[in-house]
Design a protein around this ligand. Structure first.
Ligand code: RB5
Length: 158
């Protein structure tokens, strides 16, 4: 299958710096342009700073796909999902990666460099890049939370 995008924006923290460097080369070999927001060394950094750079670029529509990497993937996915129109999916296994595209139209892939190895991470990236969104009833469900203000509005809670 062919990748669904010709460019991707990527960022990490120190815990997944080595994985970022490995994946950059791997993705570029697929003729996909990679924009690396950093970090550019393995020195300790704060993962939200890099989550915000990648998620901001996807939220604004400048990039349609992003990749975020930290130790577990948890912090990056929490930070990225603060942004409107960002659907960041933590996928440390292939099944989640496939379903995050088919059902959730995930636009940011998040992985944990301390959880998975390089070989699995490459497989996940390839699969995630190539798997299309199924639309239909899944689009209706995304519409219920995507691009809206506070999801509690209108539920009689606020
Ligand atoms: C850094 O030590 C670690 O907390 C970070 O990479 C990430 O796993 C956070 O969710």
């Amino acid at each position: 299958m062919e990748p669904e995008t010709s460019s991707v924006i990527i960022g990490s923290d120190h815990a997944a710096f080595a994985l970022k460097e490995t994946l950059k080369i791997f993705i570029e070999q697929k003729n996909i342009a990679v924009t690396d927001v950093g970090p550019h060394s393995a020195d300790a950094v704060d993962y939200p700073d890099y989550a915000f750079l990648v998620a901001g670029a996807v939220s604004s529509g400048k990039y349609n796909r992003g990749i975020l990497l930290c130790g577990t993937g948890l912090g990056m996915s929490m930070a990225a999902n603060k942004f409107p129109r960002v659907r960041a999916a933590l996928c440390n296994d292939l099944f989640s990666a496939i379903m995050s595209r088919r059902h959730n139209d995930a636009n940011i892939l998040v992985m944990g460099g301390r959880v998975i190895g390089d070989v699995l991470a490459k497989e996940i990236v390839s699969t995630w890049m190539e798997t299309p969104f199924e639309g239909g009833r899944h689009q209706r469900r995304l519409d219920k939370f995507d691009d809206m203000g506070c999801p509690l509005n209108g539920l009689g809670i606020l």
